[in-house]
Write a protein that binds this ligand. Structure first.
Ligand code: 13P
Length: 289
């Protein structure tokens, strides 16, 4: 019996309660343990994001699902946890359904819209039958906007309406957000576009990708406007790398048994926990489990 849950309930509660649930991407055992223990300590529901690349790195989706299930049992994790494919292809989505993931993101945003619609429809139906949640993504409007190019693109509200009406659990739609670190001259989130997407999609929880580096006040405002899930990946990688660098630069690996991997990775692990706590507090999901 799986301990994982679909993200549906947690997101609908977040939408009604005006807070955000965090999707924290995981990369290995330390990452997973850091996110699960922090969620349990802070009584926060959580979504573990796994990209196809991270899944491959961890030797396959089945390994990831078994690791998470095993860890939840060993650590007695009782808060709601969804294991979610991040930016999946169609084949990757099917593989994760078979591997025991409880939530799927099918990212058809780079496909022609009709193909995105058709493949999302097929996966909505499959996920419905199996009790899994499904996130869809609507493609971006490329090109120039107010003289700004490549500063985060915006989805077409009409396309959002069509995809939302398929019965997806949640919808990712660009509002000027981008993955990774934002350029210094990034103009910020497009709340005008978010408002139009919200109006076009009814009460489908919206997803804000690229959570790294968006000023807290902008994230909080987006949450008040219908964003119920915020994805964070790069920020945890940055603090993990910085803490590991400091450990090595201070020569701690050269003292005593400081070379033990459990010691080498400990500062990075603690840094991820701190970052996750900080994000939960900003998103308002502490105590919502
Ligand atoms: P960041 O790496 O910018 O935090 O984005 C994460 C994300 O959106 C994963 O889908």
């Amino acid at each position: 019996m799986s301990r994982l849950v679909s993200a549906k309930d947690m997101l609908n509660k977040a939408l009604a309660g005006h807070y955000g649930v965090a999707q924290i991407n995981i990369n290995n055992l330390e990452w997973t343990k850091a996110v699960l223990t922090t969620s349990q300590e802070l009584k926060a529901p959580v979504i573990l994001g796994v990209s196809e690349g991270a899944g491959k790195y961890m030797t396959g989706f089945k390994t990831v699902a078994n690791m998470v299930e095993g860890m939840m049992e060993s650590l007695d994790i009782t808060v709601p946890v969804a294991l979610h494919l991040d930016h999946g292809t169609y084949n990757g989505s099917v593989a994760c359904i078979n591997a025991g993931f409880s939530s799927i993101m099918f990212d058809g945003s780079s496909l022609p819209f009709e193909e995105n619609l058709a493949k999302t429809t097929a996966l909505v139906n499959a996920c419905d039958v199996l009790g899994l949640s499904l996130e869809a993504e609507v493609g971006s409007i490329g090109g120039e906007e107010d003289g700004v190019i490549g500063m985060g693109e915006c989805a077409d509200p009409e396309e959002c309406r069509k995809i939302a009406s398929l019965g997806v659990t949640m919808l990712a739609a660009g509002i000027g957000n981008i993955h990774g670190v934002y350029p210094e001259n990034w103009p910020g989130l497009r709340f005008d576009v978010l408002e139009k997407i919200r109006a076009a999609t009814g009460d489908v929880p919206l997803v804000l990708h690229g959570g790294t580096g968006i000023p807290d006040e902008q994230v909080k405002k987006a949450i008040t406007m219908g964003v119920s899930k915020v994805n964070v990946n790069t920020e945890c990688q940055l603090v993990f790398a910085a803490a590991t660098r400091q450990y090595i630069e201070e020569g701690k690996d050269l003292k005593g048994k400081g070379f033990d991997p459990r010691k080498v990775l400990a500062p990075g692990y603690e840094a991820i926990k701190e970052k996750v706590k900080e994000k939960f507090e900003v998103f308002g999901c502490v105590g919502k489990a």
